[in-house]
Write a protein that binds this ligand. Structure first.
Ligand code: NAP
Ligand code: MG
Length: 486
């Protein structure tokens, strides 16, 4: 595959300029589809993060970015959306090479990334304050203002989408940003930052420092010069981010994944539900925070519904990006081993494997492929019913009635997303309203990325909201002016 990897080799991107990391160290970039090194990225560290934060501070307070009107910022975001769309195929190839995902998924991710900049470009000048009735002789307006410098730490599963999702709203309200993408997949964020400079973003508005989590990530999270931090990743690192934010007395958003349920009632339309359910757990090889990884089925329809899901799973195939099948490899050997660990512990507990998909013939030997799998019935307390596998693994459980369905749906530490499947509209709504999750779908799931839809967790899935108009509130703060005029 012929991909543009120049920006990977250029180092850290600070103040619209490339340079090597201060340490001069690099990190090999491995293609998950064949396990081979195909590029090197800079290993940024404390000194690079410090410089990026300073560049962002200048941009937020003194540089041209700080003087732009909301409409001008919006226009730049819209221009970047067009620049991304114009290079969609190049970026999709880069994303697919870096993450291993099928080309159709990579293409959809680039469309979504451009859409973030388009949406927030349009929204930038539509964030209004209010006026508050107060004592006689006073006039009290409120204004949404940027924090200043926002830090963004993003994961490897959807690098381009995550980059758009986290920086577009922060930029729309006037923050300057410092991004630490994941060491496993950061080529599209680096390339898009370069495109942003080309589109006219002033220096320091977007800075990207690749590197190791415990070096560059920790340096960013703990830097006293940032005013807010947004994190997506594991609950363990989320805890560290929140501790760092607490020490600096700044706010943070945490998006920490989930164990999201599909609740399938006996009257659900299986023809509609089954393909969606299968796709939501194999999409991106199951490495999706909002994967629908638990299927909860009403007992009276258990055999029939499970039979249909089994049929579907047996047709699923994992392959390389170019093969463009149902899923690609997982991100690396560690993730593959982690998933296989779930498999061997499930075997020890004699949890039945209900169906398995295939790894396509002809995939390279060194690729990190995992065939999709269904387990069921999974005991309610087993890790397959409780923990995020982050692989193409569906756990099936059964419930007795509506009350049991709600208890089971809410029976994990997570609360990111849920899908309710029933033709009884009243019941679907009743259940949806009692499920603790940031997004609940009825007779649908995922809705194609849903840039317009506020997204985020309850419980251990985290806090704060990204996407939609809500993200503009998340990345800004409120100033109230109390004016006495007599
Ligand atoms: P992770 O370590 O939490 O990585 C997320 C981001 O945090 C990456 O940019 C990472 O950098 C950075 N990071 C790591 N340690 C850090 C530290 N001490 N301080 C600041 N930043 C740090 O997640 P992972 O190791 O890639 O994946 C582990 C598990 O997390 C997965 O199996 C999955 O269950 C979960 N996960 C969830 C999501 C989600 O969307 N909610 C996404 C990815 C992973 P490096 O990449 O350089 O380490
Ligand atoms: Mg990591």
């Amino acid at each position: 595959m012929n991909v543009h990897i120049d920006s990977a080799a250029k180092g850290v991107f600070i103040g619209n300029r490339w340079r090597p990391s201060h340490s001069g160290r690099t990190i090999d970039v491995v293609a998950p589809a064949d396990g081979k090194v195909f590029a090197k990225i800079a290993a940024g560290g404390i000194a690079d993060i410090d410089e990026a934060v300073k560049a962002a501070r200048y941009s937020a307070e003194e540089g041209p970015w700080s003087r732009m009107s909301a409409a001008e910022r919006g226009r730049l975001l819209s221009k970047l959306a067009v620049a991304i769309s114009d290079r969609a195929e190049e970026l999709a190839l880069l994303e697919a090479r870096d993450t291993g995902k099928p080309m159709k998924q990579a293409r959809a991710d680039i469309v979504a990334c451009a859409r973030y900049f388009e949406f927030y470009g349009g929204a930038a000048d539509k964030l209004h304050g209010e006026t508050i009735p107060f004592l006689a002789g006073y006039f009290v307006p409120t204004e949404r203002v940027p924090f200043g410098v926002t830090g963004h730490i993003i994961p490897w599963n959807y690098p381009a989408q995550m980059f758009g999702r986290t920086i577009a709203p922060a930029l729309a309200v006037g923050n300057a940003t410092v991004v630490k993408p994941a060491e496993e997949a950061c080529l599209t964020p680096l390339r898009i930052a370069e495109l942003a400079a080309g589109a006219g973003f002033p220096e320091g508005a977007i800075n990207v420092v690749p590197g190791l989590g415990e070096e560059a990530g920790a340096a960013l999270a703990n830097h006293t010069g940032i005013d807010f931090i947004a994190f997506t990743g594991s609950p363990e690192v989320g805890t560290l981010i929140q501790i760092a934010a607490a020490k600096n007395h700044i706010g943070c958003t945490l998006e920490l994944g989930g164990k999201s349920p599909h609740v399938l009632f006996a009257d659900a339309d299986l023809d509609i539900a089954v393909p969606v359910i299968a796709n939501t757990v194999v999409q991106n090889a199951g490495q999706t925070c909002s994967a629908g990884s638990r299927l909860l089925v009403e007992r009276s329809v258990y055999d029939k519904a499970v039979g249909r899901v089994q049929e579907k799973f047996k047709t699923l195939q994992a392959g390389t990006p170019e093969m463009d099948l149902d899923l690609g490899p997982v991100i690396n050997a560690a993730q593959q081993k982690r998933i296989e660990g779930f498999f061997s512990r499930a075997a020890e507990k004699s949890i039945p494997v209900l169906a398995e998909g295939k790894i396509a013939t002809g995939v390279p030997e060194g690729g990190y492929f995992v065939a999709p799998r269904i387990y069921g019935p999974v005991p309610r307390s087993n890790e397959l019913a409780q923990e995020e596998v982050f692989g193409p693994v569906l756990s099936i459980l059964s419930f007795e009635d509506e009350a049991d369905a709600i208890k089971l749906a809410n029976g994990t530490e997570f609360g990111l997303m849920a899908g309710i499947w029933s033709k009884d509209g009243s019941r679907a709504l009743r259940v949806a309203r009692q499920v603790k999750a940031g997004q609940v779908y009825i007779n649908a799931y995922g809705a194609g990325g849903g840039i317009e839809l506020p997204f985020g967790g309850m419980k251990k899935s985290g806090h704060g909201r990204e996407k939609g108009f809500e993200a503009l509130y998340e990345f800004s703060t409120l100033k109230t002016m109390i004016i006495k005029h007599n």
